[in-house]
Design a protein around this ligand. Sequence first.
Ligand SMILES: NC(=O)c1ccc[n+]([C@@H]2O[C@H](COP(=O)([O-])OP(=O)(O)OC[C@H]3O[C@@H](n4cnc5c(N)ncnc54)[C@H](O)[C@@H]3O)[C@@H](O)[C@H]2O)c1
Length: 277
Amino acid sequence: MGSRYADKVVVVTGGSSGIGRGCAREFVREGARVVVGSNQEVGGRAVERELQDVARAGGGGEAAFVYCDVTKEGDVRRLVETAVGRFGRLDCLVNNAGWHPPHKAIDDFSVEEFRSLLELNLVSVFTACKLALPHLRLVRGNIINMSSLVGRIGQHHATTYVATKGAVTAFTKALALDEAAGGVRVNSISPGNIFTPLWQEAADAAPDPERALAEGRAAQPVGRMGTAEEVGRLCVYIAAEATFTTGVDHIISGGAELGYANKSIHHRDTEAQLVES
Ligand SMILES: NC(=O)c1ccc[n+]([C@@H]2O[C@H](COP(=O)([O-])OP(=O)(O)OC[C@H]3O[C@@H](n4cnc5c(N)ncnc54)[C@H](O)[C@@H]3O)[C@@H](O)[C@H]2O)c1
């Protein structure tokens, strides 16, 4: 337990699970007052109780849950206003809510699916930044947008997701430029493989879940996936200590993007299709 963000007020979207939950927890452990927003009422309430326990155990922070579907502007407004109304200020916004659809070729994604993912992974980030900035400017606060490593390096059968995350990273840089004069820093985090319920969902959807998990672990030279808490600790560092850092995309990946590998493994599928046709 520490006091690196004592009495600061943080909003974390998608904080009822996975990385958002880990971020909320690390902020509370450092004394922050955290408002978790999520579209999962039951999970959100459970995380609220868990965070209050962390605070009571010595973190000194506080925690609250607000139901919020980040694709609804009114919900996002209520989330921000509840945080400011209850705790008097807003120091840090973590835009974490997002989703990775199952992997498939562009032929199998509908245009409507892409539009709806853009709403969730990208437009919601714009909305929350826009609504939070009037409060963040008052205290020279900061924004952390959860992007993804694959927004930089691509990913097989994930055109829609990769496009949304590449846009989050680019948006972060543009907003950082606009807000620098007013003292608000805007950064993004690009996780590689972090083991969360979303990753488990992806493994469960694979033909061989155990193999998918093993491949997920093997993608990092460090030989394991990351944890939500490790991403949370990076968030606290960016918010509390990285005061000369803005417009930066912080990769947290266990080195997944390093070195050469067998990247033509999927050619076999294409060759098989050609033979069949
Ligand atoms: N896990 C990884 O390996 C990984 C890697 C790179 C990036 N990310 C990104 O990190 C973020 C969190 O991912 P995770 O793995 O923790 O996933 P997760 O599924 O465990 O958690 C996602 C959270 O977002 C919330 N959410 C989803 N739709 C929402 C909506 N419309 N309104 C409000 N909340 C909503 C869910 O309720 C949940 O709390 C996502 O943006 C994801 O794209 C994850």
